[in-house]
Ligand binder design. Sequence first.
Ligand SMILES: [Zn+2]
Length: 554
Amino acid sequence: MIGVLARDAEHPVVREFFELFKTPWEFYRSGSHYEVLICSDIRLPGNSAKLIIVYGAEQKPFDQQKGIESHSPCTNPILSYKGRQIPIYGRCTTFESPTWQTLLHESTQKPAALEISSNGQKLVRIGFDLFQEIHHLLTRGQPLVQARIPALELHITVLRDLILSCGIALLEIPPVPAGFTFIVCLTHDVDHAGIKNHKFDHTMFGFLYRALIGSVIELLSGRKTLKRVAINWMAAFSLPLVHLGLARDYWIQFDRYVEIEKGLPSTFFVIPHKTNPGQGRDGPAPAKRATRYDVSEIGEQISRLLSARCEIGLHGIDAWQDERKGRAELEEIRRVTGASEHGVRMHWLYFDEQSPELLEKVGFSYDSTSGYNETIGYRAGTTQAFRPLGVERILELPMHIMDTALFYPDYLNLSPKEAETIVAPLIENAADFGGVLTVNWHDRSIAPERLWDDTYLKLLENLKGRRPWFATAKQAVSWFRKRRTAAIESATVAGGSIRVKVSLGQAEDDLPGLRVRLHKARAGQTGTLGRAEQHDDAFVDVLCNNSGEIEIAL
Ligand SMILES: [Zn+2]
C-alpha cells in the first residue's frame, strides 16, 4: 500500500493521478504502516515505510537534517530518463549524487533525484513536484513543442520503476482491456457533408484551386501521383454536374467510411446548426467557421451509420462557452439520433478551462476536444481518458492524431510517407503504456481533392496488426469509467500465490474486462534504474470482470 502525504490543495489532483496509475493507495494517516510513502508536503513525519519518496523543487526542512545538498531550482527543464525526455513545467532542482544517473537534467547532466539509505529505510528525494506537474498537464496541457511526449505516462513509469527497483512488488489495474493490447477510437469530424452545400463560397473556390493547381504542385514535389491528379481534375470538372444533381456528390463519404472500416465501429461528430460561426474567445468567431449543413439534413445517413454500429456525437459550436446554447446543440443531436447519451468534440477545438464544467452541466458524458489543431500528440500528456479537475462525471477522451494537422501546409505539411513515420511512435506509445489512441479523420478527407484515404487505410492496417480494441468514443469512455469503479481491496500472500480481492462498482456489461497486474519486485536493483531493463516475466496479468477474489501465482 502506498501512503500519500500532500498539501490539501493537491488532493484532487492526487486522486486523479491514482485513477490513471491505478494501484492501491490512500492519503497518509498517522499511525498507519505503508510500504511506500510519497510526500510532496513540507512535513515528513517519522514512519516505518520501506521506501519514502519526497517530491519538490524547494528546499525542505528535513533536507538539511539529512544532509541533502541541492542546486538552486531552474524552471521548465527537460529531464532524460531511459532515453526518453520528460518535460518539467514547474521548477526543478538537481542534486550532487553519484548514485542516481538515470533521471538527469538533460542539459547539465546533473541528477534530478538523490537516494539515501539508513537502517533498512530508503529515502529518494526527487527535484520536482509530481502533483504540480500532473495539475499542469490536466489543466493547461503541453505546448506544441512537447506535444509528442506522453509526459503523464512517463511520470507514472518513473514512479513505478522506482518502487519496483527498491524490491517492492506492485499491484495495478493497467489501462489495457482484457484480450487486447490497447484501445483505438476512430473518429470523424463532419464539417462539410457534401460539396453541393458550397456554391460560389471560399470552400468551393479553395477546392477548385487545390484540385486543379495545388494537385499539380504536389505532383511536382512527389506528394501526389499522376493518377490522383487525374482524379482531382475529373472531380473539379464534374462539379457543375454535382450541382445539377447529375453526378454523385463526392464529399458525402459516410458509406465509404463504413466500407473501408469494415465493421470497426467509429464515431462521427456532427454539426447541430448551420450558418452559425459561433463565438470565439474574443468575440464572434470568423465567418468561415460556420458550416453549410447541419444534423437535420443528414438524418438518413445517420440512420445508416447507427445501424452500422457507429456512434453519433456532437460537433459543438458554442457548447464550450455557453450552457444555454450547449443545451440547444445537444437537443438538436438527440432529436435526430434518439439516443439519451452523447459526447462532444468542439468544432475547431474551441475550449477553455471552464469548458469541462459547462459541458458537464449541459449533460454530455464525455468530451474529446483535448488535442491540437497544429500537430499530433498528447496535450494532457496522456494516453488515457481522464476526469478534468473540478468536474464530477464527464471524462475527457484525448484526441491524438488529426489528419489536417499532418497535411495542412500551415501545420505539419507532411508527405504521406512522412505522416506514416511521425504517427509510428504514437502507436508504439499506445502499445507500451496502454490506454487509447484517438484518430480524427475528417469526413471529406478521403475524397478529392485531399485524397488522404491511402494514409488512412495504411494506418488502419497497421493498427489492426496490433490487436487493439476498436471502440466508439462512448464505448472507450465507458471502459475507462468501469476501470475507475474498480479497486484492489486487499492482497494477501499465501504459499506460492497472492490472493487479491477486487471490487467492481459496475454491473455486467458487454465491455472488455479488466486485468489485475502483479509487477514483480526487481530485488537488489536499488539505485540502478535504467540499467535493469524490464524482462518478459516482469509482470503477471490475471483477467477480472467481476467483484471477487483472484489468485495470482508468484
Ligand atoms: Zn470541425
